[in-house]
Design a protein around this ligand. Structure first.
Ligand SMILES: *[C@@H]1O[C@H](CO)[C@@H](O)[C@H](O)[C@H]1NC(C)=O
Ligand SMILES: *[C@@H]1O[C@H](CO)[C@@H](O)[C@H](O)[C@H]1NC(C)=O
Length: 379
């Protein structure tokens, strides 16, 4: 795919990125030293290879699509894969439409014009080969069967190689949060135990015994992951917590499972910088799986989700925290997901989907930047 862009749509992107900003119209100067740009309707050869943000079939950020599950020899540095699943939810369902919404929310991320000035990288036009692998065809009739399906699919993706023979970064577009269990199984097979950095309003380490006969839910899967030995028992982090509890025993259980808790209000005392420092301190030297539940954000920022909790972080705070963590020297990212985007509860401005797509952009920016700093170059 040719990574270019129509000048007109680049202008559109620039102008709309600065609403009410400094792009005031001025009378065109008549000074002859200023070049003029007359309208030119002569078309360049193959002009149709250009990308417009409002056109095309929605792959994530207009990246190339390959259905990776049936193409075992396909290589990529980063695999984006959708897990459209929501039958393990406890409140409002609808996250099965998350992958679709996230792809739609990513359409203004155009590979030729996605330079992240704060990270100093364009994640889509650097060394990393990034492929939108499509969606895992998960059943909606049995959560247990779906878990077997997603585990198999994630494991299949993780058997793929990068162009230089390594293991790819797994990026999952959820889906309700339970999909992390399948992803962690697959990542564990390649990397062994990982530390989980869990952005969420909720603990998700709840004891499966509370859910008699149906242990696999979007509130228990981190507990299950611990029992399966997939994740570290002393270096995981929750960030953005603010849910109500059954009682303080929930925190004791959580601590026993190896979790550090950063509450949403902690940012008032620590600042975004302090939150980053606390997380990096905890994750230093670890292989890290970053899981981002969209309900970390305040419902004013991200209403389109299944179990909203008021009093959350803003996207501006989250961008800074993600940048700080993903560019930290001694934190090795091996997988990520963005989960619980349920577009039926989003607003007409698609703000939840936009925020979710931005989370992916920020994390990939940090990941690709670190690769650049380590000497990786475009093939
Ligand atoms: C008009 O556009 C065509 C196609 O991009 C280009 O080849 C040509 O040089 C342009 N002409 C002028 C006068 O800028
Ligand atoms: C963590 O797991 C190791 C074995 O993998 C075990 O020796 C250790 O006691 C565990 N720590 C806690 C706090 O459970």
């Amino acid at each position: 795919m040719k990574l270019s862009i129509l000048l007109s749509s680049l202008l559109l992107a620039t102008v709309s990125a600065h609403p009410g900003g400094h792009h005031e119209e001025r009378a065109v100067s008549s000074q002859s030293s200023h070049p003029t740009y007359p309208t030119n309707t002569t078309l360049a050869p193959n002009w149709w290879n250009d990308i417009v943000p409002y056109g095309g079939i929605n792959t994530f950020a207009h990246l190339p699509h390959v259905f990776c599950l049936s193409q075992p020899s396909e290589t990529f540095d980063i695999a984006l894969i959708g897990a459209p699943f929501d039958t393990a939810t406890s409140y409002r369902p609808g996250a099965r439409f998350g992958p679709r919404a996230l792809r739609a929310g990513s359409q203004r991320q155009i590979p030729a014009a996605s330079y992240n000035a704060l990270t100093g990288v364009n994640p889509y036009a650097s060394w990393a080969k990034i492929t939108d692998c499509g969606d895992i065809p998960l059943t909606s009739f049995s959560s247990e069967l779906a878990l077997a399906q997603m585990t198999s699919a994630f494991e299949e993706i993780m058997t793929h190689k990068t162009p230089s023979g390594g293991s790819p970064l797994l990026v999952t577009l959820g889906g309700d949060h339970s999909i992390i269990l399948g992803a962690l199984r697959a990542v564990n097979k390649i990397h062994g135990q990982v530390a989980v950095l869990h952005f969420d309003a909720h603990l998700d380490t709840w004891d499966p015994r509370f859910y008699v006969g149906t242990p696999f839910t979007h509130g228990t899967m981190l507990n299950l992951a611990g029992r399966e030995g997939l994740i570290s028992n002393n270096s995981n982090v929750h960030a953005g917590l603010r849910t109500a509890l059954v009682g303080m025993g929930d925190y004791r259980d959580d601590t026993e499972q190896g979790w550090l808790r950063i509450g949403s209000e902690d940012i008032d005392d620590l600042g975004a910088k302090g939150v980053v420092e606390k997380i990096v301190q905890r994750l230093k030297g670890k292989k890290v799986y970053l899981s981002f539940d969209i309900d970390t954000l305040d419902p004013a920022v991200a209403p389109g989700t299944g179990t909203p909790e008021v009093g959350g972080w803003t996207m501006r705070e989250v961008k800074r925290i993600l940048r700080g963590i993903t560019t930290a020297e001694d934190v090795e990212l091996v997988g990520m997901d963005i989960v619980e985007v349920a577009p039926a509860y989003d607003n007409q401005g698609e703000i939840t989907a936009l925020a979710g797509a931005q989370v992916v952009f920020e994390v990939l920016s940090g990941y690709v930047k670190k690769g650049e700093l380590a000497g990786k170059k475009a093939a």
